[in-house]
Design a protein around this ligand. Structure first.
Ligand code: NAD
Length: 334
């Protein structure tokens, strides 16, 4: 029995969480959920979007499944997602992007994994005004931060039988910061002679991914490029409704869909639970429950391929709950 923190999230979060809980239950893996509230929903009850018990629960269980949380634009509270990553030092943002038959995409046969550094770069938030008419933001890249993310990428490649790691950077212009990242990536690569290593400048990488995505495999990069490239990869494979993700640290991990809380669909049980279900598949693999993960992924693929019981974004009219039930029916066949 696993004890796992569950954060249903805001907006569409509770709907996709309910669908995901159902399919996980049917996968046969026994989970005791430690359900806690964060985000907009927590403010009324706890006076803060990130109550202390959320952090305590994740630290205790070391593993969490999380729905999307709303972040107000402009003013209001700071992003709870960013706060969680910082507080728990979840330095890896892992975002696989693969095509599934039945999902409309311009490509087929894509199977990419973006490994994004999650704690440094321009996201460290060190920025200030210089007088009234200029602003500065400091890009922070460290040897330690670069080394641990590159090592994660190579270890992930080795463990998952992947052939190649591509480091993405702009070291031709940012010779100091991205230069350090690239030098560290090349150093780490020497410890993994069984995995091919190459590097690409980020602008060229964008073009290459759009023109020849099949040439790439595992991509590792600093935070900002990772943010942009991982959305590009989600676009290559069918969009946000099917993009899963994980934030991983040395002893803690949070699994969550890439998309946000889509407030206009809140409570309608209309949106696609696929991204959260695929995030839970990543969680099962992280726990070593590979066969349950594969059965769940196969059943989900079959439902999408058949295209009968799928949500609006995949061309159907099923609710999230109905899609979950169809996945459970399929699972008995695998
Ligand atoms: P969003 O991802 O919530 O929604 C954009 C659009 O994408 C939706 O209107 C919908 O058409 C579509 N969409 C998203 N998820 C879908 C799904 N599962 N099935 C079908 N269609 C889906 O992006 P947004 O509107 O920019 O952000 C809304 C809120 O979510 C903001 O407060 C933002 O800060 C937050 N957000 C949170 C996270 C997170 O918690 N990790 C990530 C991104 C955005």
């Amino acid at each position: 029995m696993y004890k796992i923190t569950l954060i249903p999230g805001d907006g569409i979060g509770p709907d996709i969480t309910a669908a995901t809980k159902k399919v996980l239950e049917a996968s046969g893996v026994r989970i005791e959920w430690d359900e806690v509230m964060a985000g907009e929903g927590a403010i009324g009850e706890f006076g803060t979007p990130l109550p202390a018990q959320v952090i305590e629960s994740i630290k205790r269980n070391r593993i969490a499944l999380k729905g999307p949380l709303t972040t107000p634009v402009g003013g209001g509270f700071r992003s709870v997602n960013v706060a969680l990553r910082k507080e728990l030092d979840l330095y890896v943002n892992l975002r696989p992007a693969r095509t599934y038959e039945g999902i409309r995409s311009r490509y087929s046969g894509i199977d990419l994994v973006v490994v994004r550094e999650n704690t440094e770069d321009l996201y460290a938030g060190v920025e200030h005004m210089v007088g009234e008419d200029a602003a500065e933001s400091i890009k922070i890249i460290t040897r330690k931060g670069s080394e641990r993310i590159c090592r994660f990428a190579f270890e992930y490649a080795r463990k998952n039988n992947r052939r190649k790691v591509t480091a993405v950077h702009k070291a031709n212009i940012m010779k100091c910061t991205d230069g350090l990242f690239l030098a560290v990536a090349a150093d780490v690569a020497r410890d993994f002679p069984d995995v091919e290593f190459e590097d690409r400048i980020v602008d060229n990488m964008c073009m290459q991914l759009v023109m020849k995505p099949e040439l790439y495999d595992v991509l590792v990069m600093p935070n900002l490029y990772g943010d942009i490239i991982s959305d590009l990869c989600a676009g290559l494979t069918g969009g946000l409704g099917v993009a899963p993700g994980a934030n991983i640290g040395s002893d803690t991990a949070i699994f969550e869909p890439v998309h946000g809380s889509a407030p206009k669909y809140a409570g309608l049980d209309k949106v696609n639970p696929t991204a959260m279900i695929l995030s839970s598949v990543m969680m099962l693999r992280h726990l070593g429950e590979d066969s349950a993960a594969q059965r769940l992924e196969n059943a989900l693929s079959a439902v999408i391929r058949k295209g009968k019981t799928v949500t609006y974004d995949l061309g159907g009219s099923a609710t999230g709950r109905e899609m979950a039930e169809a996945i459970i029916d399929e699972m008995s066949g695998f």
